[in-house]
Ligand binder design. Structure first.
Ligand code: TXA
Ligand code: MG
Length: 350
């Protein structure tokens, strides 16, 4: 298939919307990462998204809307809590998991009785959705398992020839995917951390927010690690236990081609350990890349992390040494969640 590269002119966005309306696939920018869109209410279109990405079909999609009130097409009723969240955070990088209406196809939600909905804070995305005139299912526009795309060139690298069109817009402002918050039951629970933090959400709704316990599982899938980062998948990329509520969390994710090790500990020791390992590995002929963000520079880390992984892959490094971010529950924690997955939960403490 020939993939059209479109720009963000009115004519091109109109063309993108037309493809979506007709059941085609279009990748487009959002403020978080690029998404791969399809008509969320068209099961055949959604099936093509799974195929293009090589995504397991029990991993549901986020449905994107361009007017907050359109959530009414997807869910039967809005609680006070949901209304407050929408007022405070939409448009923006907060995805709400809510009970689904029967009109939302099972394939869109991976067979779940809930649907994940978000209104992105990006002019191009909003315009495409509005012009398409339907809710748009859009997972991140990467091949399943690869780092999420934060630039148009990343999408081209992964999906050229597999989808109908790519809208080549600006680089993504946020750089990691939206916070996924389950508000379909009693306690609001973060299923995937993002730049909208538990603290931000608690301040908006005046209720305690919990984290899905699997976010704190160790490398064997058992619980009880400290929240500084001991989460884990096993080598096969699947959690052993317990079952994560967000199906996407159980698959191997964001992996660079290189092997990756995270070094965790006191800042100076992390720096010198990275230097030491770099020298040792270079001495045996390996090409080593380093990812070490400034202390507390969590927003910047979010912005750069995925694109750093892709750059290092392009440079064909054999080994990536990354400094852990010390943050228990905020933006740094959200980046750590991705970093841990990228490394296959390979952490060395110093
Ligand atoms: O920022 C984002 O959210 C980006 C942009 C494109 O909007 N999209 C994105 O989609 O990250 P995706 O498909 O890569 O991640 C969606 C996550 C997965 O972990 C999935 O399992 C979870 O949301 N999810 C979707 N529907 C769900 C549901 N009904 N219940 C629980 N988790 C759900
Ligand atoms: Mg994704």
């Amino acid at each position: 298939m020939k993939t059209q590269q479109l720009n963000t002119s009115d004519t091109d966005l109109q063309a993108a919307a037309c493809i979506l309306k007709n059941g085609g696939l279009v990748a487009f920018p959002t403020e978080t990462v690029y998404g791969l869109g399809a008509n969320a209410l068209d099961p055949e279109a959604v099936a093509k998204v799974y195929e293009a990405k090589g995504r397991p079909s029990d991993n549901p999609m986020i449905v994107h809307i361009s007017r907050a009130s359109d959530i009414g097409q997807l869910t039967p009723a809005l609680s006070q809590r949901i209304i407050k969240l929408i007022e405070n955070f939409w448009p923006g990088p907060l995805t709400l998991v809510v009970p689904k209406k029967a009109e939302v196809p099972d394939i869109t939600t991976g067979g779940l009785d809930t649907v994940a909905v978000r209104m992105p804070d990006d002019k191009v995305a909003l315009k495409i959705i509005t012009l398409a005139g339907c809710p748009i299912a859009a997972p991140s526009a990467n091949l399943s398992g690869k780092p999420s795309p934060t630039k148009a060139s990343h999408v081209i690298d992964d999906l050229d020839g597999k989808i109908d069109a790519i809208v080549c817009g600006a680089d993504c402002r946020v750089g990691i995917e939206s916070t996924v918050l389950d508000v379909s039951s009693e306690v609001a629970t973060i299923l995937r951390p993002g730049i909208i933090t538990a603290e931000n959400i608690e301040a908006a709704i005046g209720e305690t927010v919990e984290f899905d316990p699997t976010l704190f599982a160790d490398g064997q899938g058992t619980l009880g690690l400290n929240g500084q980062g001991g989460l884990g998948l096993n080598g096969q990329g699947e959690m052993n236990s317990p079952a994560p509520k967000s199906p996407g969390m159980k698959y191997k994710h964001y992996a660079p081609n290189a092997q990756m090790t995270i070094i965790e500990g006191q800042r100076d020791r992390v720096k010198s350990e990275i230097e030491r390992l770099k020298v040792l590995n270079e001495r045996i002929g390996l090409k080593v890349g380093v990812i070490l963000f400034e202390e507390q520079a969590f927003i910047e880390a979010a912005h750069d992390f995925f694109s750093n992984l892709r750059e290092l892959d392009e440079q064909n490094v054999d080994l990536i040494l990354a400094g852990a971010l010390s943050d228990k529950d905020g933006v740094g924690f959200a980046v750590m969640n991705r970093m841990l997955k990228s490394s296959g939960y390979n952490i060395a403490k110093v």
